[in-house]
Design a protein around this ligand. Structure first.
Ligand code: CA
Length: 514
């Protein structure tokens, strides 16, 4: 895995033009030398900071940037050969970059519910996407199992990160995609006035669809290099950052980018990538549009970081950048990962995660420990000085604060995913690819399945036939060699752990379709 990433980085760096120099500074050799020097650094760190709790005298601000459908290797700093993402990568230069970070779900709503509550989708009981009204999945043709009824919203009884942080004295703000209530008033992804961010602990929450096509406004074409339309989400977030306040803040910026529909009004960007992307790249038109779309997200991220800098809070702010699930199969190469958004192969759940924390993180460090979006909940609580003992008993996440400070997490702790649904729905299911491969560039049929990762091993359990697939991700990141029959004892132990866990949290399971 490590060797693979190094290869990815060097391939990426070699393929860059002038900007390649900045990228190479993020590369493997420099990172490795930092890691070798780490013991001394840790000792110093521990002398200066005996424990994370010592930071709680002045808890840091938290800026959490959650982006939509960004694939694991989409960023320049994660080795992409032609995407320009200089602003997001600038976070990476000053931060810890995670190579094995996971989304809690391969789909938007479920991932967000998990992140906000610190619970797996199985525990929180929201495993798919919210809909306008209650109902059950219709799959054509009908399949062996029936998925549980669609969960329509994040339960108001769930105590979110924002509710905890508000109680701890933080000023909390939310802008962007919510996707945790039934689409309100006929507006796809519209916030509900009774179940929106404002009702889940965010004191400042103003709905805005920004410049994304979800805003349903036709943006004029722009042909001037470097020029973009303003983005309401970014502007509102910057206004929040610049407000005078005595308390620390927790700001969550939840972008609609780079979720479909992928359209770009920036003809200068489309031309740029048309000239850059090699002529023999498959699905080139989608790749051009996607690259322009991603650079647009990068631009707004740069504006947001500039806003943080000019607010004067940059040094005292923890910045987390995370994607909510893997890349869309029709626009993105999730290669070398198998699968995509909508399934539990690595392409659906392994995502970029970058954490900048001037007071805590060694700049430019690389972390290979498996971590997951639901770990942010206890991490933020610890940073805020909240005594998490009773809270931790009812969640799944583990605080990453020690890991950020250079210590190791318990490597054997299991991570869980639960997806008791079919995808796509209706007649689209019958028309989708029956198999899930690498770089399919088409939507595949997803069937009810769950997964567990422990150490290097990952087991996927398929409900219809109770079949398992077992992979050693340290040797097989592309999930090509099923070891279920080769290492049956490992498969059996992981399957037992997974099923016991699902039972212990009363997970909603797919049931026979009678
Ligand atoms: Ca998503």
């Amino acid at each position: 895995m490590v060797r693979f990433l190094h290869k990815l980085q060097s391939v990426g760096a070699a393929s860059r033009r002038d900007s390649g120099n900045a990228k190479s500074q993020l590369g493997a050799f420099k990172t490795e030398s930092r890691r070798k020097a780490a013991p001394t650094a840790f000792i110093l760190l521990f002398v200066l900071l005996p424990s994370a709790l010592s930071l709680n005298a002045s808890p840091p601000n938290i800026l959490f940037i959650l982006v939509d459908d960004l694939a694991w290797s989409d960023l320049e700093s994660y080795g992409h050969p032609w995407h320009d993402t200089p602003h997001i990568d600038s976070i990476a230069q000053d931060s810890m970059r995670f190579t094995q970070a996971y989304a809690p779900a391969p789909i938007c709503s479920a991932s967000r519910a998990s992140i906000l509550t610190g619970k797996t989708t199985a525990r929180v009981g929201l495993e798919f996407v919210v809909k306008p009204e209650a109902g059950e999945q219709v799959i054509i043709p009908p399949q062996t199992l029936k998925a549980p009824p669609i969960t329509l919203s994040l339960d108001l009884d769930e105590k979110t990160i924002a509710e905890h942080l508000t109680e701890a004295g933080y000023e909390t703000g939310y802008f962007g995609k919510w996707h945790l209530n039934p689409h309100y008033n006929g507006v796809y992804n519209g916030w509900s006035p009774t179940e929106g961010p404002g009702q889940q602990g965010f004191k400042v929450a103003e709905e805005d669809f920004g410049s994304h096509p979800y805003s349903r406004s036709e943006l004029a074409e722009i042909d001037t290099p470097g020029r973009f339309h303003p983005d309401g989400i970014t502007e509102k977030a910057i206004r929040f950052l610049k407000q005078e306040r005595d308390a620390p803040f927790f700001l969550m910026v939840s972008h609609f980018y780079v979720h479909t529909p992928i359209r770009s009004p920036y003809t200068w960007l489309l031309k740029k990538y048309d000239e850059r992307i090699p002529a023999d790249v498959p699905h080139r038109n989608q790749r051009i549009k996607y690259a322009a779309f991603l650079e647009t997200l990068d631009h707004y991220t740069g504006q947001l970081l500039d806003g943080l800098e000019s607010s004067g809070h940059s040094k005292s702010t923890l910045v987390v950048f995370l994607s909510d699930n893997g890349g869309h199969p029709e626009y993105v190469s999730n290669k070398p990962l198998r699968g995509s958004k909508w399934n539990l192969y690595e392409g659906g759940i392994r995502v970029p995660m970058i954490v900048r924390w001037p007071d805590g993180v060694s700049p430019g460090s690389l972390c290979h420990s498996p971590v997951i979006g639901y770990d942010l909940f206890p991490s933020f609580l610890e940073l805020a000085g909240i005594e998490p003992k009773t809270i931790l008993e009812n969640i799944d996440g583990k605080s990453l604060v020690a890991l950020l400070q250079g210590k190791e997490l318990e490597s054997s702790r299991p991570l869980y995913w639960h997806f008791p649904y079919y995808h796509p729905e209706g007649e689209k299911f019958g028309n989708a690819l029956p198999t899930i491969g690498i770089d399919d560039f088409a939507v595949s049929q997803t069937r009810p399945h769950s997964a567990i990762r422990k150490g290097d091993y990952k087991l996927i359990y398929f409900d219809e036939d109770r079949r398992t697939e077992l992979y050693n991700l340290s040797k097989d990141v592309s999930e090509q060699n099923d070891l279920s029959d080769v290492q049956p004892e490992v498969a059996r132990a992981l399957k037992t752990s997974l099923l016991q866990y699902l039972q212990s949290v009363n997970a909603r399971r797919a049931t026979p379709n009678l």
